[in-house]
Design a protein around this ligand. Sequence first.
Ligand SMILES: NC(=O)c1ccc[n+]([C@@H]2O[C@H](COP(=O)([O-])OP(=O)(O)OC[C@H]3O[C@@H](n4cnc5c(N)ncnc54)[C@H](O)[C@@H]3O)[C@@H](O)[C@H]2O)c1
Length: 379
Amino acid sequence: MSHVFGDCYRGQRVLITGHTGFKGSWLAEWLLELGAEVIGYSLPPPTSPALFRQLGLERRLRHVPGDVRDPAALAGIVRETMPAYVFHLAAQPIVRTSYAQPMETYATNVMGTVHLLEAVRQAGGACAVVVVTSDKCYENRERGQAYREEDPLGGHDPYSSSKGCAELVVSAYRRSFFSAPASPVQLASARAGNVVGGGDWAVDRIVPDCIRALQRGEPIAVRNRSAARPWQHVLEPLSGYLWLGACLARPELAPGGSRPPAAAFNFGPPLASIRPVEALVEEVLRRWPGRWEDRSDSRAVHEDAYLSLAVDKAYQVLGWRPVWDFAASIQQTVDWYRTAAEGERGTEFNPRARASTREQIARHQSDALAQGRPWISAA
Ligand SMILES: NC(=O)c1ccc[n+]([C@@H]2O[C@H](COP(=O)([O-])OP(=O)(O)OC[C@H]3O[C@@H](n4cnc5c(N)ncnc54)[C@H](O)[C@@H]3O)[C@@H](O)[C@H]2O)c1
């Protein structure tokens, strides 16, 4: 037994938007492990298979199908449940989709965030809110530097710019409505880089692309081999979101015992984990033999060539640090898919996938404890 996030989630109502997605499903599973009462508000899972279904989450939390573009429905669920914590993950998260569907991307990612914050404001309860944006929210000048929280926001493509806009919305709501030190609402945003981990089945993401090709015995098609990204295991930013939420709600938990500023925080891996796509694919192939092919297309839509985050603020203010390095993150990821593939196929509940997810959460926690992370302590 250990105390995880100061036990602050036990018995608490936690609303997750986007709980049917990849990160949302891991977050929901972790919060259920921590004893939270989880309410999820989301569109149906965006993929098939979907981690949400493989984990059987629909039966274990309060699943509310809904659209963040519907302000009345979102306000209704916030008012009815009065959550103590909100994690806003619902988004259209794929860069290439945002070129095809820019209006939907802005409607979901920007106005969806406005609707959520307005619902929290109108409900008037005490609440810690973490809005999840992205490392792509920065104006990327491709100078190879790591972005800091105070750097200019921007974004070349509609997805990246929608996340920059969502950051501006958060900042305006915080300054206009939630700025008093005694404000019942504490609002922060979290900017993380590319995540890897079992159970991601999205189209157009490199790890699921690798796994699908390997499962079919086909070469992995790599379209952006030299693009460098700050890869981290999904449990790393989630530990940051959960620790940030805990410290906002219970300031005495934060290092130094005072409430961290309700502000933006980057959550990223060490510099050594900023690697090109090609290196990630090679690391996967060391564990699941196969081959890859360069399918670069000079006519492809623009995607950032280099992205990295400076994470000193999260280190200094929250004492947060990643737990697993690049190799360990890829190892856990490949192990998860191998385990799930040995279990039941198809899109429904997969006990092996759930067992693997729970084991990896437990391993991440015990490694964090061994490394002295402030968000976990021995009982
Ligand atoms: N996966 C990554 O590498 C990564 C990196 C940086 C930031 N993020 C951010 O993390 C969050 C979660 O990403 P993910 O990888 O889990 O994506 P995902 O596509 O797996 O999940 C997105 C979730 O949002 C829901 N959703 C989409 N449109 C909606 C709408 N209009 N109304 C209600 N729900 C809606 C989906 O149903 C799903 O539950 C997103 O905000 C994304 O931008 C992800």
